[in-house]
Design a protein around this ligand. Structure first.
Ligand SMILES: C[S@@+](CC[C@H](N)C(=O)[O-])C[C@H]1O[C@@H](n2cnc3c(N)ncnc32)[C@H](O)[C@@H]1O
Length: 300
């Protein structure tokens, strides 16, 4: 399949032709972009070796080998339904660049907005907060936290050795090896301290949604997505055990996405505080230590 070789003569026409091809093939967006044109811009600029963070000269002509490179990327995106981040090997989260590949999910959590906008409120007045990122995957949340809270020490856990290898590459990329500590194990298993903030984007997709997911998700590790029939397998353990790892002025912040409804039904007596996001996303709750403590009878 040659998509662009004949028709696209400039960066702009390559992007437009790519977006048309994406729409014609009914791709799924949601691994870092929301629209065909954004996805096409991202892939074409990468194929040309240009940074997506800098506006290009859209009228610049493409030579034959550049068109072929674009075609190679588009072919993988369309034929394999592979998320763009796994083709380019790169993703952005909370304004930072990360290595991305099939060892961990493509970073896309609305927690990026929480970290960059609201974070200081929760950690106000703390000199060197300790933060725990449960289910860290490629490490994007832990690393974004480290940038915002410059004196913090962060532990980041994951059960997957492969995800932690990618996280290690990202920690080194950002030079944060003195402050972001990667630990392998299930949820709280590898930690013994108390933290001012426990933050997590765990697996939370329920069985029905797993069965209905677009092909793009099949490239991501299933253990990063699936969490039992109602999506709450890991969140239940977090709710039960977090009290033993939180400081008395600490907060638990967890993304549960579409499983928020199941969570409210499972724990009708727990007053979850739900965050609102201006840049999209939903299903992130906050509980402070006292609320979690009061809710213990309903969580065991
Ligand atoms: C939804 S991904 C999130 C990755 C990352 N936090 C992000 O926002 O991109 C969930 C992660 O949880 C990890 N995981 C699955 N089961 C786990 C467990 N029992 N304990 C710790 N991590 C687990 C998976 O390996 C995966 O990396």
């Amino acid at each position: 399949m040659v998509l662009l070789a004949e028709s696209a003569h400039t960066i702009e026409s390559a992007i437009r032709a790519s977006a048309q091809a994406f729409e014609a093939n009914e791709l799924f967006y949601g691994h870092g972009t929301d629209t065909a044109i954004d996805e096409a811009t991202w892939l074409v600029l990468h194929a040309l070796g240009l940074s997506p963070a800098i506006a290009p000269d859209y009228d610049r002509p493409l030579n034959q080998s550049e068109r072929e490179k674009c075609d190679e990327f588009l072919k993988r995106r369309i034929d394999e339904r592979r998320p763009s981040a796994y083709i380019t090997g790169q993703a952005w989260f909370a304004g930072h660049q990360f290595f991305a590949d099939e060892r961990a999910l493509v970073p896309r959590s609305p927690l990026a907005e929480f970290i960059t906008d609201d974070y200081f409120g929760l950690l106000d007045g703390l000199e060197a907060p300790r933060i725990l990122d449960l289910c860290t995957g490629g490490g994007c949340i832990a690393i974004a936290c480290a940038y915002i809270s410059e004196q913090s020490q962060i532990d980041a856990t994951d059960l997957s050795a492969e995800a932690l290898e990618l996280a290690q590459q990202n920690v080194l990329l950002h030079g944060l090896q003195d402050r972001v500590h990667l630990l392998q194990g299930s949820l709280f298993e590898p930690v013994t301290q108390r933290y001012s903030l426990i933050i997590s984007n765990p697996p939370y997709v329920d069985a029905a949604d797993i069965d209905a997911m677009p092909a793009e998700f099949s490239h991501e590790p299933l253990m990063g997505l699936a969490a039992g029939h109602d999506g709450l397998d890991l969140v239940r353990i977090m709710l039960r055990d977090a009290i033993h790892y939180l400081e008395k002025d600490g907060h638990l912040v967890v993304e549960v996405g579409n499983s928020g409804e199941a969570l409210e039904s499972a724990y009708p007596d727990v007053p979850f505080g739900w965050l609102q996001f201006s840049q999209g996303g939903h299903g992130v709750f906050v509980l402070d230590y006292q609320t979690l403590s009061d809710a213990q009878p309903y969580l065991v």
